[in-house]
Ligand binder design. Structure first.
Ligand SMILES: O=C(O)CCC(=O)C(=O)O
Length: 281
């Protein structure tokens, strides 16, 4: 196993203050301790369990052949799954993100749970979220938290400052770790990410802790190809400010594009769609 290296500060914050904002701006990610309270954790657990029992149209099994345990995800379930709806509409999680981004308004862009079972030999490859979605411009961030302890070697690893590199990398399929088909001429290959000498940041996280990261910050599951020692459920809530526009990105996002368009979201327009509600203020 390769541990995440260069954890320069171990810095983590108990609230969103100027120091947390400065850390986030500089590194593209910040760790907040004890901000996901017990009710949030309970609702997230109930929500993921219920969602697994009733998979939606975006459920994906990302388990490769011969893996002894599963890697799964599903997204956009909050409207039909009580626990997830509560987290999106009633919890104070969006407020933290708004404060970090200094955003006047925030819309939910996506609720997305992941499950890596004990023994899973797959996890998220190097990527940043921006090229996976039809959301352009504005400020966008992901709030991610595990429901079980995730050590440095079991959570996510980030490349410090990569949100400011000004380039986008090819989105990859989470099962095979291969770029999607389509016109990728605007995107760089992820090989250069692996060899980057940017500092790698990873945190030991307990239930209650969360990470917030920019849509452009490169990250991956730490030791994504090594068997995970324990089962870890994880939830990502993605948010965007009032400057975000709906802009279809390419053939690999067609399913998302069609879905949002069918709900009335107009191309080139601000986010206005019942699936992507205003959650702040
Ligand atoms: O937790 C995971 O397995 C992956 C999360 C992730 O990479 C993301 O939400 O962008």
């Amino acid at each position: 196993m390769q541990p995440a290296i260069d954890n320069p500060t171990e810095a983590a914050f108990h609230d969103v203050d100027d120091a947390a904002r400065a850390f986030f701006d500089r590194h593209g990610v910040v760790c907040l301790r004890d901000v996901v309270d017990d009710e949030c954790l309970r609702r997230a657990r109930e929500g993921i369990v219920e969602s697994m029992a009733h998979p939606g149209p975006f459920f994906r099994d990302q388990t490769p052949e011969n893996s002894p345990a599963r890697y799964l995800f599903d997204y956009w379930n909050w409207q039909r799954i009580d626990g997830l709806r509560w987290l999106v509409l009633e919890s104070n999680l969006a407020v933290r993100v708004a404060s970090l981004l200094d955003a006047a308004t925030l819309n939910l862009l996506m609720d997305n749970w992941f499950l890596r079972e004990a023994g899973a030999t797959n996890g998220a490859p190097w990527h940043h979220d921006e090229p996976y979605f039809d959301f352009d411009g504005g400020r966008k961030a992901v709030l991610w938290f595990p429901l079980e302890t995730a050590t440095h070697d079991e959570g996510l690893t980030f490349l410090s400052g990569s949100h400011r590199w000004g380039r986008l990398y090819m989105p990859q399929n989470f099962r095979e770790h291969q770029p999607f088909a389509g016109d990728m001429s605007a995107y760089h290959a992820t090989d250069e990410v692996e060899s980057s000498d940017a500092a790698r940041l990873a945190w030991h996280m307990e239930p209650g802790d969360c990470l917030v990261f920019d849509f452009r910050t490169l990250h991956r599951a730490t030791n994504a190809r090594d068997p995970l020692p324990r089962t870890i459920h994880r939830l990502s809530l993605r948010y965007g400010d009032g400057d975000v526009r709906f802009r279809p990105r390419g053939s690999w996002t067609e399913e998302i594009t069609r879905h949002l368009a069918s709900l009335g979201q107009r191309v080139g327009e601000p986010i206005e769609c019942p699936l992507l509600p205003r959650v702040y203020p």
